[in-house]
Design a protein around this ligand. Structure first.
Ligand SMILES: [Zn+2]
Length: 617
């Protein structure tokens, strides 16, 4: 409800992580050849301008580790024809490389320019790209995937690499060499469902997206439909398991649309990647990339898919203007994710997710300290790699702000506000100040605004007083089981209670075990509940630190195997920490890391090099 006369909308902030400047670039034509032998992408990026330039105009794009060939200005005729030979070569310069931001590509577009084509190739070490050898996949072919968020798109194409700059795109991708005709290429766009015998693929993304949502994957992949507009791509040996795991995908999309309005991206498919993928999921438009570590066999870890799906609204539709506003992407998405899970599986299930999330938040806040500016929702990441500054705070404190609003104004009003917010700012950027102004003007009465104390949430440390605290009745039963264990009940005697437990209850149980357990204690637990041989990565990741602390040797081989196979940073960081802290653990951690490192994406090794090898980057 309006409470004040309209204030002028605050201007969007400049992005401290992008050099890009110059005219609007509303459309990209990408032409790339994928060379597994050389581990490079080579081709051209053609940026179309909104209008013909009346005067000579400077243009600056982001690049990192790219080899730039020719830069060619195209007039409107040449731009339409799209001929490789058309246009006029123009000079350019690259600034000295910055370790985080890369190099600015500077050029001056002559009057009469309609488009600019940049010929280039990537380097084999390009940070966004992970080239997997056949042994690193579930099959017998190599694999390539990209991870562009936060500022890695510039390592595989020259672009305005800021979340505040959007463009539509089309792409021609050709697979070279002996893999031609064997591998399927997919992008964050309209996708093929079968492998092309000539190795050529054409993609189109008609909705404007920021560069961090550009994505490419090339591998031996099959497709299985899950609904009329949903499906799953996976390596052939994983496809059956993956289609079982994600059977509820159609219902998830329906639940999301029912909550906050239409899905705007055409199809919604998933791509189950090899295990070296550094994240749980990446919300690439039309095709979420997911880690296979959520293939638990019992559909128990699919809230991650609800999260990535929710990003189709919060993040992909309304996008954080800079990485300082990351909480706008993630806080909304965590809240939305839990609403989807509640819709599908009921409130008690969503409550468990909320309690686990809050536990993560308190853990992170403790690590960062009670006055740390890193616990503010609004971040100040200038001069840093944004990827190092993004943590649980944006996700869980952001979600708690929305839960606080829910308490304050009630669900019906909050839901109407969120639906309107997604519709009104669709395909636009949002920053913290603009959001605060919109929230205060559109949703809150003055009394509600003063009760909320938004500045304390946005620019204050920790949690403001009055932040809601989640409670889960299902976790009360877990607490009761833990209490019985503590008073001497044998683990095996708990089985009648635990048979119906979900992955979340087990996770809560493992987190609640006292740190004083001995190897003998763990042996009894393992005998009763088979943690070491679990197929559930969340449970393994909670179990191994206990085993390391107690020196429970029967878990060693499973831990080594996990670290060699899984590249998901969320698991790796605490596990390597636990390994480093174990007696004799440093040498063991370094030896394991040496063997496993080739299987990890740069996003993970960036963090782990410093942690395990003690190297700053
Ligand atoms: Zn997210």
């Amino acid at each position: 409800m309006p409470t004040a006369s309209p204030r002028p909308t605050p201007p969007l902030p400049a992005d401290p992580h992008s050099y890009a400047q110059g005219p609007a670039l509303p459309h990209l034509r990408l032409a790339l050849a994928v060379d597994f032998g050389q581990q490079t992408l080579a081709g051209s990026a053609t940026w179309l301008l909104a209008e013909l330039l009346a005067t000579a105009t400077p243009l600056v794009l982001d690049t990192r580790d790219l080899t730039i060939g020719q830069v060619v200005a195209l007039d409107s005729k040449a731009a339409r024809a799209g001929l490789a030979s058309a246009g006029t070569a123009i000079p350019y310069t690259l600034t000295a490389p910055d370790a985080v931001l890369g190099q600015a590509l500077r050029l001056e577009l002559p009057a009469g320019t309609q488009a600019v084509r940049i010929d280039y190739r990537t380097s084999p070490g390009a940070a966004a790209l992970q080239w997997l050898a056949p042994a690193q996949t579930a099959g017998t072919h190599p694999f390539l995937f990209t991870q562009s968020q936060a500022i890695l798109a510039r390592t595989w194409l020259p672009c305005p690499d800021s979340p505040g700059r959007r463009f539509t795109y089309e792409a021609e991708v050709e697979v070279l060499g002996s893999e031609r005709g064997q591998l399927l290429a997919l992008m964050s766009a309209d996708n093929p469902q079968t492998t092309a015998p000539d190795g050529r693929y054409h993609f189109r993304q008609p909705q404007p997206v920021p560069a961090y949502l550009l994505a490419l994957a090339v591998g031996r992949l099959d497709f299985a439909p899950l609904g009329d507009h949903t499906g799953i791509y996976a390596e052939p040996t994983t496809l059956l398991r993956a289609s079982y795991e994600f059977a509820a995908l159609d219902r998830m999309v329906a639940a999301a649309e029912q909550l906050y309005g239409p899905y705007r991206w055409g199809r919604y498919d998933l791509l189950a990647l090899p295990a070296s993928f550094p994240f749980g999921g990446m919300e690439n438009p039309c095709i979420t990339f997911v880690t296979p570590t959520i293939l638990a066999g019992d559909r128990s870890l699919t809230s991650l898919v609800a999260h990535e799906l929710a990003h189709s609204w919060s993040g992909n539709l309304v996008t954080n203007a800079t990485w300082n506003d990351f909480w706008l992407n993630e806080g909304f998405t965590v809240y939305f994710e839990r609403r989807i899970m509640e819709q599908l599986y009921g409130r008690p299930y969503a409550e468990m997710l909320q309690v686990l999330g809050e536990a993560d938040l308190h853990h992170t806040m403790q690590e960062l300290g009670p006055t740390s500016p890193a616990t503010h929702l609004r971040l100040h990441l200038a001069g840093r790699d944004p990827d190092d500054g993004l943590n649980d705070i944006a996700y869980e404190k952001g979600c708690l702000l929305l839960l606080t609003l829910e308490q304050l104004v009630g669900r019906p009003r909050l839901d109407a506000f969120i639906t309107e917010y997604f519709a009104r700012f669709a395909f636009q950027s949002m920053d913290t100040d603009r959001f605060a102004a919109y929230l205060t003007e559109t949703l809150l009465t003055p009394a509600e605004a003063s009760q909320l104390n938004l500045p304390a949430w946005l620019d204050g440390p920790g949690l403001p007083p009055g932040a809601p605290v989640a409670h889960s009745a299902r976790f009360d039963a877990v607490a009761a089981a833990l209490a019985r264990l503590a008073t001497g009940t044998a683990p095996i005697a708990l089985q009648p209670i635990t048979t119906e437990w979900s992955s979340q209850e087990w996770e809560h149980f493992l987190r609640g075990l006292p740190p004083t357990l001995t190897a003998t204690n763990l042996g009894r637990l393992d005998e009763a509940f088979h943690f070491t041989t679990s197929g559930n990565a969340e449970l393994l990741a909670a179990w191994f630190p206990l085993a390391l602390r107690a020196g429970y040797a029967p878990a060693d081989a499973a831990l080594e195997n996990f670290l060699r196979y899984v590249g998901r940073r969320k698991f790796l960081v605490p596990l390597y920490r636990a390994l480093l802290a174990a007696p004799g653990g440093r040498a063991r951690a370094q030896e394991t890391y040496r063997l496993a490192r080739p299987n990890y994406h740069s996003v993970a090794t960036n963090t782990l090099d410093a942690l395990v090898l003690g190297e700053a980057h």
